[in-house]
Design a protein around this ligand. Structure first.
Ligand code: CIR
Length: 256
């Protein structure tokens, strides 16, 4: 069970952030509106939110998930792979220090984005991507092993349609992974029940289990039905403006 989450309100320069998709510019009023709904959804799931003010130095900083990896035993500060995002980690450190006595770091030349890290019970899948490099994965594995977790890497560098590992897979509890069809046959996922997401719904593969609910993106009826059929309790949120900046549901919060 999670009890808390950290979020950051998007800044007025949100549209200046990084993106690889061609879906048009986000509408700022709608960005704020969708973010407020997202925060309400987390509260509805029982979480106590720490809400940061916008940080105009970092247009992507509303995607707080990329700056840290949180476990019950330690907080691991990442070292984001995009230079424009490096400063986000220092900005988040003080709040994590107030909640965690053990803070670990990823050091140069390692890079890790939180979006590449998928926790499935006591195992962590680490995506090797354009943001997370092998040295970052090595350091992270060593930290995770030291606090009692196993870890393995999944190389997504040849997959041009996703930015982060978690753009393509989510662990939603009940031994179940939601996974893009292209990745589903990976032998590392064999021990999990899998809900395959078709190419047409691939954005929906990024969903988030928060206590008794699974947050899912609006507009993907097949995944929605499948989740219900398997006994999950989805809560649907409009993510259109974040999708324009390569962001998904998991990126908008750090849950712990
Ligand atoms: C970026 O390119 O870094 C941001 N525009 C999107 C980050 C999304 N984060 C995530 O999937 N964890």
């Amino acid at each position: 069970m999670f009890t808390r989450a950290i979020v950051r309100i998007p800044g007025s320069n949100f549209a200046d952030g990084l993106t690889t998709v061609d879906l048009g510019a986000p509408h700022f009023d709608e960005v704020l509106h969708q973010h407020a709904h997202y925060c309400d959804a987390l509260r509805e799931c029982g979480l106590d939110l720490t809400v940061f003010e916008p940080d105009l130095r970092h247009p992507d900083s509303t995607f707080v998930e990329d700056a840290a990896i949180l476990t019950p035993h330690a907080a691991i500060l990442t070292r984001p792979g995009a230079t424009s995002r490096e400063g986000e980690v220092a900005a988040i450190r003080p709040i994590l220090e107030s909640f965690y006595s053990r803070i670990l770091t990823i050091d140069p030349p390692g890079t890790v984005d939180g979006g590449d890290i998928c926790e499935a019970e006591d195992h962590f899948f680490i995506g090797l991507s354009l943001r997370t490099n092998e040295e970052g994965a090595r350091q992270l594995t060593s930290h995770l092993n030291a606090i009692g977790y196993t870890a393995s890497t999944i190389d997504i560098r040849a997959m041009t349609t996703i930015l982060h590992l978690k753009s393509g897979i989510s662990y939603i509890g009940g031994n179940t992974l939601v996974v893009m069809k292209e990745m589903s046959a990976n032998p590392q996922f064999a021990r999990f029940a899998r809900i395959n997401v078709s190419a047409a719904e691939s954005y929906a593969a990024n969903c988030v289990r928060v206590n008794h609910r699974v947050l899912t993106a609006q507009g993907f009826p097949r995944l929605h039905e499948e989740l219900i059929a398997r006994g999950f309790n989805p809560m649907v949120l409009n993510m259109s403006e974040f999708q324009k900046m390569d962001g998904g549901l998991s990126c908008l919060s750090l849950r712990f």
